[in-house]
Design a protein around this ligand. Structure first.
Ligand code: UT7
Length: 331
């Protein structure tokens, strides 16, 4: 029997219009463009201002963009995997609401939660369904309204995050393209350094949790940075080695966009020149599971069928990993 691979056949996005600049942030907290640019590499981030619109709205907009671009009808979609750390509700899942808003009536859907590594985990999951042979068109929707869990009085975290949504179509192929190899890892050592303290079953919402700002993202930046720098580079190098790839063989590194210094360190360990690294953190900040597809969308016109691409990410949990894929189409 011919081997079936899962290949990305389209990438859509939704970006809110409002741009929160470093200049504006420096009027809200004691920070500066100089500090944020030199320590993280972010100039501005997008914020969804509408109070009545949430992750499912952004995700639905991204899916509509994807379906428009690919000419696929909503009813043709078999399955939707939604990655988010900012679901509309704790339950039911955001993916189901995205399906409803877009009219993907024949799809089943669930949310997959792996923080900043969500897209990698969803891509591997989609690939397994595709290889099993029944589902032919799977959408991965990554939608993050990070502004609702960001404390804009905390200078340590408020410059870092932005809102965005992306949608990726995954289909079967018998060609030697698509997802070729993956490494996925997780380790609970990171829980204490990066989490949201309240709102879950351990610490449900209360007057005290609200008064103490426990529904915002909490991060101890330095330890997270230390692990991220090591682990993201480790898996990126490991996936190169076990597929006999040198820097010359790789067309692009698509790294999670949390900190320019982490991206640079990963590229250095892979011995990749900067022109092979997709970087847009300056414009959007860290949009959690949406950063990688957002890069793929932005660089889509430069990608060629068969290009060797390494995707790598690191996030809360900790969760991290690397994918090796061969790009599936010319735009
Ligand atoms: O995507 C999920 C995974 N997350 C990550 O990968 C993030 C990893 N961590 C990081 O990227 C970095 O640790 C941060 C960008 C979060 C922070 O950068 P840092 O170089 O590690 O700074 P720091 O936390 O060690 O703080 C250094 C100093 C402190 O001042 P003192 O105590 O030395 O006087 C902070 O108070 O910088 C201060 N500082 C700021 N100053 C101006 C922290 N935030 C700011 C700020 N503006 N926004």
């Amino acid at each position: 029997m011919e081997k079936i691979n899962a290949v990305i056949t389209g990438v859509g996005k939704f970006l809110p219009e409002y741009r929160l600049t470093n200049e504006e942030l420096s009027k809200m907290v004691d920070t500066s463009d100089e500090w944020i640019m030199s320590r993280v590499g972010i100039k501005e981030r997008r914020i969804l201002k509408d109070k009545d619109k949430a992750a499912s709205y952004m995700g639905a907009m991204a899916v509509k963009d994807l379906l428009y671009k690919t000419g696929v009808k909503p009813e043709e979609i078999d399955m939707v995997i939604c990655t988010t750390v900012t679901p509309d509700y704790i339950f039911p899942t955001t993916g189901i609401m995205v399906c409803d808003q877009v009219g993907m009536k024949n799809a089943f859907s669930y949310d997959l939660h792996a923080s900043c590594s969500g897209f990698l985990n969803a891509m591997v999951t989609a690939s397994k369904f595709i290889q099993a042979g029944r589902e032919k068109k799977i959408v991965i929707v990554s939608t993050e309204k990070m502004s609702v869990i960001t404390d804009y009085s905390d200078r340590k975290t408020c410059p870092l995050f932005g809102d965005a949504a992306t949608a990726v179509l995954v289909e079967p192929t018998t060609e030697n393209i698509g997802l070729i190899d993956y490494i996925l890892r997780s380790d609970g050592v990171g829980v204490k350094f990066l989490h949201q303290k309240s709102g879950g079953s351990l610490s449900p919402a209360s007057v005290s949790s609200v008064n103490h700002g426990e529904h915002f993202l909490y991060q101890e930046g330095q330890p997270v940075f230390k692990y991220a720098v090591t682990y993201m580079a480790d898996v990126s190098v490991e996936i190169m080695q076990r597929n006999n790839l040198t820097a010359n063989d790789i067309a692009w590194l698509v790294p999670h966009q949390a900190n320019l210094r982490i991206i640079d360190a990963t590229a250095r360990r892979m011995e990749l020149p900067s022109e092979k690294v997709m970087i847009n953190i300056e414009k959007y900040g860290n949009t959690t599971s949406a950063t990688i597809p957002l890069c793929l969308n932005e660089w889509e016109n430069q990608l060629k069928k068969g290009d060797n691409i390494i995707i790598s990410a690191f996030g809360a949990g900790f969760t991290w990993g690397a994918l090796y894929l061969k790009w599936g189409y010319n735009s």
